[in-house]
Design a protein around this ligand. Sequence first.
Ligand SMILES: [Ca+2]
Length: 628
Amino acid sequence: MKTRKTYASVIGISLILSLLFTLPVTANETFTELFNIDFSDEALYGEMFSEASAVTFEFITESGIGKDDDSALRVSKPEPTNYNSYANAVRITFPEPLPAGGTYNFSAWFFVPIEGHEDKDVLTGPGIVLNGDYAGAQGKVKFPENFGTMPVGEWKEINVTFPMETEELLHIDLRFVINEQPKHPDVWYIDNIVINRVGELTEVFIPAWDLTVPSLRETYSAFFPIGNIMDVRDYNNDETLEMYKYHYNFVTLENSMKPDSICRNKDVYTFESADMMIKWALDNNMKVHGHAMVWHKQSAAWFTHDDAGNLLTRAEARDNLEAYINKVGNHFKGRIHSWEVVNEVFTASVGSGDWKSLLRTGGTTEEDSQWYAAYENGADASKGESGADYIYDAFVFTRLADPEAILYYNDFNENERSKAEAIAQMVEELNNLWKNDARNTEPDRLLVEGIGMQAHYWTADLVPANVEWAIQRFIETGCEIGVLELDIPAGSYFELGSRSGELTDEEAQKQAQLYREVFEIFVKYNEHISRVTLWGKADSQSWRAKGSPLLFDEMFSVKPAFHSVIAAAETEFVEETEQPGETADVVEAEDNSSAERGTGGHVIALIIAVVAVIAGVLLFTYFRKKRK
Ligand SMILES: [Ca+2]
């Protein structure tokens, strides 16, 4: 049953249910055993198990092989290649999904034999992924949060408890976390999988998109496209796709075009997920932004290091960069409107100085750039060579691979003036280099044609005037500007971890005001703005969920920030047509008084609530019977 519930109806249900049901949460919740799998009977459980592409498994019986008995699941890799996490999992698919509203405890034991692992590094720990959502934000679907390491020659348990608040649980993937060959076992055993429900099922409020609210893309159609991110989990959800078509017309794939998704191992390219989602986007008249060719994170070791972990030389890394970009650029040619060629080459915050002195350089933390390190390895300073040269190469290789695509540089904290200045200077220098490059067959065309403002802002310190300053500076470079990753969480970066994911009314209003101010700036400069892309659809799905950074809340209902974004577009319209007496406040008030809060809404809410209570009781009774 898929019923759209309005905000009012959700409140209605909440109120009525709170009167009828009280479901106390006690310290000692009861465990109801759902599955207990000791691998002694393949006929009983065999159909629940399936393997991903790079592993095989068998139910084996052998003296002493199990955790406490003579049976276990043996998992092995036929080939010592492709260590991608999702390609090395064993999946348990439930005969019937475990219902949403339940909290579940999962326990399983893992064993890695000493034999065959003598030369391995310290093995990373095992873990589980719920519903195949490897990209899940905030650790909500991947457990445990700290995977630790895996001892060789002894059993290790993973034991995690997690709620399924709004989604039913279809399947659980048992995997090893790391994607690198030296840290991943080649043979392992799994035993004693026990799944319990903790406590009783609670009532579930399924979030639902309300497509009667104004469409973001239609509201901004006179100014610029409105984009959002997409990942496989979105693609697999019909309601999400319908909402996406309603509000957005520019797509950035959240993960599927990053180097570690496309080519974690040399010469092994994986385009299926990206191709699938790009086809959907193009079939629905959307533009696609390629994110991203070169980034120091979610990169691949082979670009810059040999199999033994030694840093490659400048020439070797350059060959790898060219090979990768040539392959990927050609594969997607004709389908990518803009390529984000290089992402985040500068350190988080920069001072003033020559842009090359402000870059991420080599080092061992995830904030360092291995591209810079390898390009520095063999650079001839007397010829002006440095680690920074990978940036220019990446743009040139992409231009040559896909000449139609608009090439972007992208970074964050671009609203800090010193960083905006460094970005602008780099872009200007790269474009000057290109003017005299023999490979340039279009003398009137820039190499770097777009600057991406990630626009990951914070309510605590966002100064809209600095956003405008950056836009003005970027316009001077001759580039178009893409707002590529907009969100505005409440508070500051340092407060995020301690937040609850709830906004006070005051915080919601402040956030709305800032959204309005930045959108008014985007509208003011709309001739230079190629698109505004939001980084996430609803607060609960955001990478910064605890800061509630988006336009829709965890029930997918519109927030004050949504109304202010709509109003920002209409403010410009009012000014242009000079209609006196019609202020933005009036527009906003009209939005707030829409039908979903009217008297009719209350009646509908009451009807839905009564139906929901009956359904809830039936469901509750059904599962009590079923599991006993
Ligand atoms: Ca066993």
